[in-house]
Design a protein around this ligand. Structure first.
Ligand SMILES: CC(C)(COP(=O)(O)OP(=O)(O)OC[C@H]1O[C@@H](n2cnc3c(N)ncnc32)[C@H](O)[C@@H]1OP(=O)(O)O)[C@@H](O)C(=O)NCCC(=O)NCCS
Length: 183
């Protein structure tokens, strides 16, 4: 029942078999990933296999389609729970349709998923990695109350990136007005 997350204009929903062609297309497209996300390069067959194996939806990791409430899917957002220690969810967002970037959807989707993680999962913190030059993402994270945790080199699908790890703790989340009165 907790497979759908609603925000003002968006619904985040689980991946259906009919989404797999789009997921594959976006994963192969440099444009859909932008300059700061490395394409995963999954064929349709690989996407079907991942879906069948529960890779898009399991206890530790979930991928959501980001769709406008009227219907059209515009991207994906996923999280995975880091395996060691505290329960920390790492989130990665992709507004794949370029014409829908810069319209607040990235911020809205990340706010909705952050709410979901703190309200329905027992997460201690949410984290995001971002390329040092990804100013749009860094502005999103600032608006959403994330704090720079460390600057580092991280692996993004086989490509090494200079970037930052941002974190929002449950304690800080509880005190932020940004998250009140939103779904
Ligand atoms: C990064 C991304 C998620 C941002 O989502 P978005 O819907 O485009 O961004 P928003 O409209 O919510 O805007 C967020 C902020 O970034 C700013 N912004 C948008 N595009 C920008 C750009 N090209 N350069 C600098 N700032 C930009 C906006 O002005 C806004 O800040 P403000 O409210 O302080 O003015 C989205 O562009 C995307 O998916 N890009 C491709 C994949 C990617 O980089 N994912 C993140 C991986 S960590």
């Amino acid at each position: 029942v907790d497979s759908r997350v609603f925000s003002q204009r968006l619904v985040l929903r689980g991946v259906e078999p009919e989404d797999l062609a789009l997921i594959s297309k976006w994963s192969l497209s440099a444009k859909a990933n932008g300059l700061y996300l490395s394409p995963e390069e999954l064929t349709l067959g690989e996407c079907q296999e991942k879906h069948a194996n529960g890779c898009f939806w399991n206890e530790h990791s979930r991928t959501f389609m980001i769709a406008q409430k009227e219907g059209e899917a515009i991207g994906t957002i996923r999280y995975w729970i880091r395996p060691n220690g505290q329960s920390i969810a790492v989130v990665c967002v992709k507004i794949a349709l370029v014409e829908h970037r810069g319209r607040g959807f990235g911020t809205e989707a990340q706010r909705a998923l952050t709410n979901y993680l703190f309200s329905t999962k027992r997460c201690d913190a949410v984290e995001m990695f971002t390329d040092i030059d990804n100013m749009a993402e860094q502005r999103c994270l600032k608006k959403l109350g994330f704090v720079l945790f460390e600057s580092l080199t991280y692996d993004d699908h086989g490509r090494s990136r200079q970037g930052h790890r941002y974190r929002l703790t449950r304690e800080r989340y509880g005190g932020l007005p940004e998250y009140r009165f939103t779904q």
